[in-house]
Design a protein around this ligand. Structure first.
Ligand code: PEP
Ligand code: MN
Length: 264
Protein backbone atom coordinates (compact mmCIF):
# COMPACT_ATOMS: atom_id res chain seq x y z
CA UNK A 1 0.00 0.00 0.00
CA UNK A 2 2.90 2.36 0.59
CA UNK A 3 4.37 1.83 -2.87
CA UNK A 4 3.86 3.67 -6.16
CA UNK A 5 2.54 0.46 -7.71
CA UNK A 6 -0.65 0.47 -5.63
CA UNK A 7 -1.08 4.24 -5.75
CA UNK A 8 0.62 5.97 -8.69
CA UNK A 9 -0.45 9.48 -7.63
CA UNK A 10 1.27 11.19 -4.67
CA UNK A 11 -0.93 11.23 -1.57
CA UNK A 12 -2.12 14.64 -0.38
CA UNK A 13 -3.44 14.87 3.18
CA UNK A 14 -6.09 17.56 3.56
CA UNK A 15 -7.10 19.17 6.85
CA UNK A 16 -9.31 22.21 6.35
CA UNK A 17 -7.28 24.62 4.25
CA UNK A 18 -4.00 22.80 4.91
CA UNK A 19 -2.64 20.39 2.29
CA UNK A 20 0.36 18.16 2.90
CA UNK A 21 2.25 16.39 0.11
CA UNK A 22 2.87 16.46 -3.63
CA UNK A 23 4.58 19.80 -3.96
CA UNK A 24 1.92 21.71 -1.99
CA UNK A 25 3.23 24.66 0.00
CA UNK A 26 5.43 23.09 2.73
CA UNK A 27 3.47 22.67 5.94
CA UNK A 28 5.03 24.04 9.11
CA UNK A 29 4.11 22.44 12.41
CA UNK A 30 5.48 24.26 15.46
CA UNK A 31 5.21 24.31 19.22
CA UNK A 32 6.89 23.19 22.41
CA UNK A 33 8.26 19.73 23.00
CA UNK A 34 5.88 19.33 25.95
CA UNK A 35 2.65 20.90 27.06
CA UNK A 36 3.78 22.29 30.43
CA UNK A 37 0.90 24.52 31.50
CA UNK A 38 -2.08 26.27 29.96
CA UNK A 39 -0.34 29.63 30.13
CA UNK A 40 2.91 28.41 28.52
CA UNK A 41 1.08 26.49 25.80
CA UNK A 42 -1.32 29.27 24.83
CA UNK A 43 1.47 31.84 24.79
CA UNK A 44 3.59 29.75 22.41
CA UNK A 45 0.54 28.91 20.29
CA UNK A 46 -0.20 32.60 19.76
CA UNK A 47 3.45 33.27 18.92
CA UNK A 48 3.73 30.49 16.33
CA UNK A 49 0.39 31.43 14.82
CA UNK A 50 1.63 34.99 14.44
CA UNK A 51 4.77 33.58 12.81
CA UNK A 52 2.70 31.71 10.23
CA UNK A 53 2.18 28.18 11.60
CA UNK A 54 -1.13 26.47 10.80
CA UNK A 55 -0.52 23.44 12.97
CA UNK A 56 0.57 23.29 16.58
CA UNK A 57 2.65 20.53 18.14
CA UNK A 58 2.96 19.74 21.86
CA UNK A 59 3.36 16.49 23.77
CA UNK A 60 0.94 15.53 26.52
CA UNK A 61 2.27 11.97 26.78
CA UNK A 62 6.07 12.13 26.60
CA UNK A 63 8.37 9.17 25.84
CA UNK A 64 11.35 10.23 28.00
CA UNK A 65 14.71 8.47 28.16
CA UNK A 66 14.70 8.60 31.97
CA UNK A 67 11.63 7.53 33.95
CA UNK A 68 12.44 10.36 36.38
CA UNK A 69 12.18 13.10 33.73
CA UNK A 70 8.94 15.06 33.21
CA UNK A 71 6.50 12.61 31.62
CA UNK A 72 3.95 15.11 30.35
CA UNK A 73 0.61 16.30 31.73
CA UNK A 74 -1.32 13.42 30.15
CA UNK A 75 -5.08 13.95 29.92
CA UNK A 76 -4.82 17.47 31.35
CA UNK A 77 -2.35 18.27 28.55
CA UNK A 78 -4.87 17.15 25.94
CA UNK A 79 -7.46 19.50 27.41
CA UNK A 80 -4.98 22.37 27.09
CA UNK A 81 -4.39 21.45 23.44
CA UNK A 82 -8.14 21.50 22.83
CA UNK A 83 -8.18 24.99 24.26
CA UNK A 84 -5.36 25.98 21.89
CA UNK A 85 -7.48 24.80 18.99
CA UNK A 86 -10.61 26.64 20.11
CA UNK A 87 -8.78 29.87 20.99
CA UNK A 88 -6.38 30.09 18.04
CA UNK A 89 -7.83 27.90 15.30
CA UNK A 90 -4.50 26.07 15.01
CA UNK A 91 -4.81 22.36 14.24
CA UNK A 92 -3.26 20.03 16.81
CA UNK A 93 -0.52 17.41 16.49
CA UNK A 94 0.23 15.33 19.60
CA UNK A 95 1.80 12.00 20.35
CA UNK A 96 0.21 8.74 21.45
CA UNK A 97 2.70 6.48 23.24
CA UNK A 98 0.53 3.39 23.80
CA UNK A 99 -2.82 1.90 22.83
CA UNK A 100 -4.41 3.21 26.04
CA UNK A 101 -3.64 6.88 25.49
CA UNK A 102 -4.19 6.57 21.74
CA UNK A 103 -7.96 6.59 22.39
CA UNK A 104 -7.68 9.83 24.34
CA UNK A 105 -5.28 11.38 21.82
CA UNK A 106 -7.52 10.42 18.92
CA UNK A 107 -10.45 12.24 20.51
CA UNK A 108 -8.50 15.45 21.13
CA UNK A 109 -6.09 15.86 18.23
CA UNK A 110 -6.21 16.57 14.47
CA UNK A 111 -3.11 14.52 13.67
CA UNK A 112 -1.80 11.62 15.78
CA UNK A 113 1.97 11.48 16.18
CA UNK A 114 3.73 8.14 16.61
CA UNK A 115 7.21 8.78 17.98
CA UNK A 116 10.54 7.39 16.87
CA UNK A 117 10.72 5.03 19.84
CA UNK A 118 7.39 3.48 18.87
CA UNK A 119 7.95 3.16 15.12
CA UNK A 120 7.97 -0.61 15.42
CA UNK A 121 5.33 -0.91 18.13
CA UNK A 122 3.11 -2.98 15.87
CA UNK A 123 0.06 -3.14 18.14
CA UNK A 124 0.12 0.66 18.43
CA UNK A 125 0.54 1.00 14.65
CA UNK A 126 -2.43 -1.31 14.06
CA UNK A 127 -4.57 0.69 16.49
CA UNK A 128 -3.55 3.94 14.78
CA UNK A 129 -4.61 2.32 11.52
CA UNK A 130 -8.09 1.84 12.92
CA UNK A 131 -8.54 5.57 13.62
CA UNK A 132 -9.81 8.14 11.17
CA UNK A 133 -7.16 10.75 11.92
CA UNK A 134 -4.00 11.32 9.86
CA UNK A 135 -0.87 9.89 11.47
CA UNK A 136 2.64 11.36 11.54
CA UNK A 137 4.98 8.37 11.76
CA UNK A 138 8.48 9.28 12.89
CA UNK A 139 11.45 7.25 11.73
CA UNK A 140 12.93 5.00 14.41
CA UNK A 141 16.31 5.93 15.86
CA UNK A 142 18.03 3.17 13.89
CA UNK A 143 15.40 2.28 11.31
CA UNK A 144 16.10 1.80 7.62
CA UNK A 145 13.79 3.36 5.03
CA UNK A 146 12.40 -0.09 4.30
CA UNK A 147 11.53 -0.54 8.00
CA UNK A 148 9.92 2.90 8.09
CA UNK A 149 7.81 2.08 5.05
CA UNK A 150 6.80 -1.30 6.47
CA UNK A 151 5.75 0.43 9.70
CA UNK A 152 3.54 2.73 7.61
CA UNK A 153 2.19 -0.38 5.89
CA UNK A 154 0.92 -1.65 9.28
CA UNK A 155 -1.16 1.52 9.67
CA UNK A 156 -2.43 1.47 6.09
CA UNK A 157 -3.26 -2.24 6.15
CA UNK A 158 -5.86 -1.46 8.84
CA UNK A 159 -7.57 1.03 6.53
CA UNK A 160 -6.00 4.37 7.43
CA UNK A 161 -4.11 5.58 4.38
CA UNK A 162 -3.48 9.08 5.77
CA UNK A 163 0.12 8.60 6.81
CA UNK A 164 2.80 11.30 6.84
CA UNK A 165 6.35 10.04 7.31
CA UNK A 166 8.89 12.04 9.30
CA UNK A 167 12.68 12.02 9.13
CA UNK A 168 13.94 13.12 12.57
CA UNK A 169 17.59 12.09 12.53
CA UNK A 170 19.15 8.68 13.06
CA UNK A 171 21.88 7.20 15.27
CA UNK A 172 25.30 7.24 13.69
CA UNK A 173 28.89 7.38 15.00
CA UNK A 174 28.70 11.17 14.70
CA UNK A 175 28.15 12.77 18.06
CA UNK A 176 28.48 16.41 17.03
CA UNK A 177 24.70 16.57 16.82
CA UNK A 178 22.06 14.72 18.86
CA UNK A 179 21.19 12.55 15.85
CA UNK A 180 22.30 12.70 12.21
CA UNK A 181 19.73 14.21 9.87
CA UNK A 182 19.42 11.89 6.89
CA UNK A 183 18.42 14.23 4.09
CA UNK A 184 18.52 11.50 1.49
CA UNK A 185 15.65 9.82 3.36
CA UNK A 186 13.42 12.40 1.66
CA UNK A 187 14.62 11.25 -1.76
CA UNK A 188 14.50 7.54 -0.93
CA UNK A 189 10.96 7.79 0.46
CA UNK A 190 9.81 9.71 -2.62
CA UNK A 191 11.45 7.14 -4.90
CA UNK A 192 9.65 4.27 -3.18
CA UNK A 193 6.36 5.74 -1.98
CA UNK A 194 3.51 8.16 -2.69
CA UNK A 195 3.35 9.20 0.98
CA UNK A 196 4.34 12.70 2.09
CA UNK A 197 7.49 13.12 4.16
CA UNK A 198 8.26 15.97 6.54
CA UNK A 199 11.47 16.69 8.49
CA UNK A 200 12.06 17.37 12.18
CA UNK A 201 15.34 19.31 12.33
CA UNK A 202 14.96 19.98 16.08
CA UNK A 203 15.39 16.44 17.38
CA UNK A 204 18.01 15.71 14.71
CA UNK A 205 20.21 18.65 15.70
CA UNK A 206 19.58 18.88 19.41
CA UNK A 207 20.67 22.53 19.27
CA UNK A 208 18.68 25.52 18.11
CA UNK A 209 21.42 27.22 16.08
CA UNK A 210 21.39 24.33 13.58
CA UNK A 211 17.62 24.24 13.11
CA UNK A 212 17.26 26.97 10.46
CA UNK A 213 20.14 25.76 8.24
CA UNK A 214 18.90 22.15 8.41
CA UNK A 215 15.37 23.34 7.62
CA UNK A 216 16.62 25.13 4.52
CA UNK A 217 18.37 21.94 3.42
CA UNK A 218 15.26 19.84 4.03
CA UNK A 219 13.03 22.15 2.01
CA UNK A 220 15.61 22.38 -0.78
CA UNK A 221 15.73 18.57 -0.89
CA UNK A 222 11.95 18.38 -1.37
CA UNK A 223 10.49 17.80 2.09
CA UNK A 224 6.72 18.32 2.26
CA UNK A 225 7.06 20.24 5.50
CA UNK A 226 8.77 20.70 8.85
CA UNK A 227 7.92 19.97 12.46
CA UNK A 228 9.93 22.22 14.77
CA UNK A 229 10.13 22.89 18.48
CA UNK A 230 9.52 26.46 19.63
CA UNK A 231 9.41 27.79 23.19
CA UNK A 232 8.84 31.29 24.52
CA UNK A 233 11.49 30.68 27.20
CA UNK A 234 13.69 27.76 26.08
CA UNK A 235 16.02 27.79 29.13
CA UNK A 236 13.03 27.06 31.36
CA UNK A 237 11.51 24.35 29.11
CA UNK A 238 10.76 21.06 30.87
CA UNK A 239 12.06 19.13 27.84
CA UNK A 240 14.26 19.81 24.82
CA UNK A 241 14.95 23.49 25.60
CA UNK A 242 18.38 23.42 23.94
CA UNK A 243 16.85 22.63 20.56
CA UNK A 244 13.78 24.87 20.86
CA UNK A 245 13.72 28.00 18.74
CA UNK A 246 12.89 31.39 20.22
CA UNK A 247 9.68 32.77 18.66
CA UNK A 248 11.69 35.39 16.68
CA UNK A 249 13.82 32.61 15.20
CA UNK A 250 10.65 30.75 14.24
CA UNK A 251 9.38 33.82 12.35
CA UNK A 252 12.70 33.95 10.51
CA UNK A 253 12.42 30.25 9.66
CA UNK A 254 8.95 30.71 8.15
CA UNK A 255 10.19 33.61 6.02
CA UNK A 256 13.12 31.56 4.75
CA UNK A 257 10.91 28.59 3.88
CA UNK A 258 8.52 30.87 1.99
CA UNK A 259 11.43 32.38 0.10
CA UNK A 260 12.86 28.98 -0.83
CA UNK A 261 9.44 27.79 -1.90
CA UNK A 262 9.02 30.83 -4.12
CA UNK A 263 12.31 29.99 -5.85
CA UNK A 264 10.77 26.58 -6.59
C1 PEP B 1 8.91 14.74 19.98
O1 PEP B 1 8.43 15.03 18.89
O2 PEP B 1 8.88 15.51 20.97
C2 PEP B 1 9.64 13.47 20.10
C3 PEP B 1 9.76 12.84 21.28
O3 PEP B 1 10.17 13.05 18.94
P1 PEP B 1 10.90 11.67 18.55
O4 PEP B 1 9.91 10.59 18.75
O5 PEP B 1 11.30 11.89 17.13
O6 PEP B 1 12.10 11.55 19.47
MN1 MN C 1 11.06 16.97 21.95
Amino acid sequence: LVSHETCPKPTVIRLGEVEIGNGCKPVIIAGPCSVESEEQTLRIARQVKEGGAKLFRGGAFKPRTSPYSFQGLGKAGLKILEKVRSETGLLIVTEATDSENLKLVEASTDIIQIGARNMQNYSLLRRAGQTKKPVILKRGLSATIEELLMAAEYIMAEGNTQVILCERGIRTFSDNTRFTLDLSAILSVKAASHLPIIVDPSHAAGRRDYVIPLSRAAIATGADGLIVEVHSDPPSALSDGAQSLYPEQFCQLVKEVEYLNMLG
